[in-house]
Ligand binder design. Structure first.
Ligand code: CDP
Length: 232
């Protein structure tokens, strides 16, 4: 089925409007809010702090521990509170997407906790969470090699698109969703998942479109960080 025009009028390689802010939770060591269209993620970072139980401590490197959660009221149909298979999977992929950017050797025996809360969801929440979390880690002063920018790319009907919204994910003619995370400085991909089907050629093309979008996202992330620290 041909998808000739996006349901919200965007160009096929255009993300939804993005807003980013750092330092939104005063009690946390670092925090950030990342909004893309109607999807809103908040991330709070605590640590480095001593890791308990002690047998989990590693004298060679610290631990990055991520927890992703979607709040009950984030979608129209109430979500049951508490961990689910989905939230556990997304917590794990968030951790893996962020790890290559964080210098774990600088906080041996310790843990850095990253909490991601999705307060409003309209698809792309794991990517928004990763964007917020990497800004919150930087805000907490955790040594990092780069920020991590994430976006979903994919195919709606017969068209490659960037940043699918929920209506596009549910497109009747079929949709494929490929969330990616990128370390923009060297182009390393630290998250690549796929829900649906695409030809290899299409995946390669989608990755190129996604990487370009991530470069733009990284600029917005950096600008938000600079905004908070410009007076210091
Ligand atoms: O959010 P993301 O695209 O990373 O993950 P997903 O599992 O593909 O979920 C896609 C979207 O489905 C979410 O962003 C929500 O808008 C919606 N969803 C929902 O309405 N209820 C759930 N229990 C899970 C997801």
């Amino acid at each position: 089925m041909s998808y000739t025009k996006r349901n919200d009028g965007r160009k096929f390689d255009e993300t939804r409007e993005i807003k980013a802010e750092v330092g939104v939770i005063k009690n946390a060591d670092g925090s950030a809010k990342f909004q893309i269209g109607k999807t809103i993620a908040i991330a709070a970072v605590y640590g480095p702090r001593n890791l308990y139980p002690k047998f989990l401590q590693n004298p060679e490197k610290g631990m990055l521990r991520c927890n992703y959660n979607m709040l009950s009221f984030s979608v129209d149909e109430r979500i049951r509170p508490g961990p689910s298979r989905r939230s556990k999977e997304i917590s794990l992929v968030t951790e893996r997407a962020l790890s290559p950017a964080v210098d774990l050797s600088t906080f041996t025996n310790a843990v850095v906790d990253v909490f991601v809360e999705i307060i409003q969801a309209d698809a792309g929440t794991r990517c928004a969470g990763i964007c917020a979390a990497s800004m919150a880690l930087a805000d907490a002063g955790i040594p990092m090699r780069d920020l991590v920018a994430a976006v979903s790319v994919g195919k709606v009907g017969d068209k490659l698109v960037v940043d699918l919204n929920k209506l596009e994910e549910d497109y009747e003619g079929g949709a494929t969703d490929v969330p990616i995370a990128v370390l923009p400085r060297n182009g390393e991909i630290s998250l690549l998942q796929m829900d649906g089907e695409m030809e290899v050629k299409e995946i390669k093309e989608a990755l190129e479109i996604g990487k370009k979008a991530c470069e733009k996202i990284a600029e917005i992330q950096r600008k938000a960080l600079k905004e908070k620290y410009k007076g210091d």
